[in-house]
Design a protein around this ligand. Structure first.
Ligand code: NDP
Length: 389
């Protein structure tokens, strides 16, 4: 960063892929950051080790049954320990210059919202909370004067090249997609895909859930919904473009025919650093782009038949109301079932589609209502899985 003021930071989901990348940057710039709170869900020893290293005021574990283990591990350190949903929200609401919202899934909604309500800067990795409660979340952002900085590499790319002062000059957003590990695989063999194959992303090293979402390409559909809420564009102004090398992270096309893109090596520390240092820049150890070595960048249109989840997400955005929340909940249930080998890879879009058919699509009117929709959609998705057996 060009200025040297210390920023205080809370990391929600500290033990995950984004959380660890964030703390890696903090570790490299110890004078520039002071950690306020760290949270995790079940990986208590990992959380304790991070707490001992970064010395936050508070360490919170989501699972109540893990509290004694956390307390033991941090005994004598002076770091306050807590557990449970309320404690997660309290940690998120502690005074901090920046809150990294990197919990996975709809579980991130309440803590992210608690951070937003303090009016601080929230670096948003947790795309699911915008998918299931986008309108309500953005209302809370403006009501409390908070600032959302997108961490997702595509949205961060768009954020970097989007002309906020001339939004009427934007023609469309182009979200690039690597296509995931199965871009070239014959879809006739999709039913035999194992979890270990689905989590092996060709370009990015990510948590299990988002890796499966990338393999089904649901991730790109969720990102279309996320982009719709983050940027002042219409639904039909957001396109998906397959770009297997993941060098161009997304683009904004303007009315004069200019297209602006952000490029970089596929390393989440680049978009995370852009959020941590914003509006300045900071050093990262990310590999520098060597375009001459890369040689060529290729592009192709997405295949919505082969990757049905992408089509389902776009349909949910167009249906509106509760549909994106239902889609998200059903997908979380289906992905967890796939990872625990209860269902096949090809069952994921089926479960999501069936759940969308069976749930009420009425617009959620409040955040508790979003949670009710989420709970009901999960119940329906679980019953759909039971019927497969
Ligand atoms: P991980 O699965 O690697 O980490 C998730 C984190 O959330 C962990 O710290 C986990 O704790 C915590 N967590 C999980 N469930 C709960 C819960 N019920 N309550 C509280 N905390 C919980 O995920 P990623 O880091 O890959 O992804 C995080 C978010 O960022 C996701 O929304 C993802 O879509 C988004 N994202 C991720 C990218 C990436 O490169 N990984 C890129 C762009 C967006 P524990 O470790 O104890 O289980």
């Amino acid at each position: 960063m060009t200025q040297n003021a210390t920023k205080t930071i809370t990391v929600l989901g500290a033990t995950g892929s984004v959380g660890l990348s964030t703390l890696d940057l903090v570790r490299r710039a110890p004078e520039e950051f002071r950690v306020v709170a760290l949270t995790a869900n079940s990986r208590v020893q990992e959380l304790a080790a991070l707490a001992k290293e970064f010395r936050p005021a508070v360490a919170v574990i989501g699972r109540q049954d893990k509290y004694p283990e956390l307390k033991d591990a941090l005994a004598g350190t002076g770091i306050e320990c807590a557990a449970g949903d309320e404690a997660l929200a309290c940690a998120a609401a502690m005074t901090a210059d920046i809150v990294m919202a990197a919990i996975v899934g709809a579980a991130g909604l309440a803590p992210t919202l608690a951070a937003v309500r303090t009016g601080t800067t929230v670096a948003l990795a947790n795309k699911e909370c915008l998918v299931c409660a986008g309108d309500l979340m953005m209302q809370e952002v403006s009501k409390h004067g908070a600032r959302l900085l997108p961490v997702d590499s595509e949205h961060n790319a768009i954020f970097q090249v989007f002309d906020v002062n001339h939004t009427n000059t934007v023609k469309r957003l182009v979200l690039t997609a690597s296509g995931g590990p199965f871009l070239r695989r014959n879809s006739a063999t999709f039913s035999t895909i194992k979890p270990s194959e689905a989590v092996a992303h060709p370009n990015w090293d990510m948590g299990a859930k988002i890796s499966v979402d990338s393999a089904t390409m649901m991730n790109k559909g969720l990102e279309v919904i996320e982009a719709f809420h983050l940027f002042p564009v219409e639904k039909d102004q957001i396109d998906i473009l397959i770009h297997p090398q993941s060098v161009i992270h997304s683009m904004v096309e303007y009315i004069d025919g200019s297209t602006l893109a952000q490029l970089g090596s596929p390393d989440m520390r680049v978009p995370i650093a852009s959020c941590l240092a914003w509006p300045d820049r900071m050093q990262t150890p990310a590999r520098r782009l060597d375009l001459a070595a890369i040689g060529s960048l290729t592009f192709e249109r997405p295949d919505y038949e082969k990757f049905k989840c992408m089509a389902l997400a776009k349909a949910a955005l167009n249906i509106g109301g509760a549909a994106p929340a239902v889609l998200n909940a059903a997908n979380e249930v289906a992905v967890a079932a796939f990872l625990s080998e209860q269902i096949a890879f090809t069952d994921i879009p089926e479960i999501v589609e069936q759940t969308l058919h069976k749930c009420d699509m009425k617009e959620p009117h409040s955040l508790p209502n979003v949670i009710e929709i989420d709970v009901e959609a999960r119940r329906v998705a679980v019953s759909q899985i039971a019927q497969l057996k």
